[in-house]
Design a protein around this ligand. Sequence first.
Ligand SMILES: [Zn+2]
Ligand SMILES: [Zn+2]
Length: 218
Amino acid sequence: MLSVLLKYIEEKHTCPHCSGDLSICHSPSVHVGDGLGWGSEYLFICLNDECPLFANGWEYIANQYGHVGSYRHMEIPDSKETYSMMVVGREAFTGSIVDIEDIKRQSARYQRQQEALAAFDHCVERKQLEPVLTVLLDDSASTENKSRAVKLLVLLNDIACVEPLRSHVFKVPHLEHEVNLAINKVLANHFLKECPHCAELIKARAVVCKHCQRELAS
Ligand SMILES: [Zn+2]
Ligand SMILES: [Zn+2]
């Protein structure tokens, strides 16, 4: 879906009535069985209120049909089909405009995730923690990929992983548990532990925290 939208965003669609850019909107949810479906999840629509088709449509519809309404120019993506679509108000479709910035953000995030996953094969050998953290901290990554990342975490054995992972709220409890186990292993490998009072990293055999000076139960 993302790639289709990105393609539409790249495409240039202009209104023949006002020469303005068309907006990408979600198609109204109608039952295809009623013959009202547009056959596309998205539509290109001219939402320019100054557009002659729209501006003059009110009078035309009032004279012709005796009710309130106007027209918006509309194109069906991936086809040459265009329509003058009847709308009953100014706001029709303005609530269903596709958030292009959000789509671009999602796409950038997806791209980052793919790059991180591609780096998994050699990240241990190259001592790269970054790809592993990218996948673990991205809520949109799959559970399977996150489990792979947890395994790499232990192999990488880099204490720099502790802080970002501790600051992250994991939505899946078993993943959080796996991450905690991995962090404990990494800390143990470095003869370190986290102070239960101030969360700073300290020597595993410390009896007093050097950061908060509080005593630690042994
Ligand atoms: Zn227009
Ligand atoms: Zn402390």
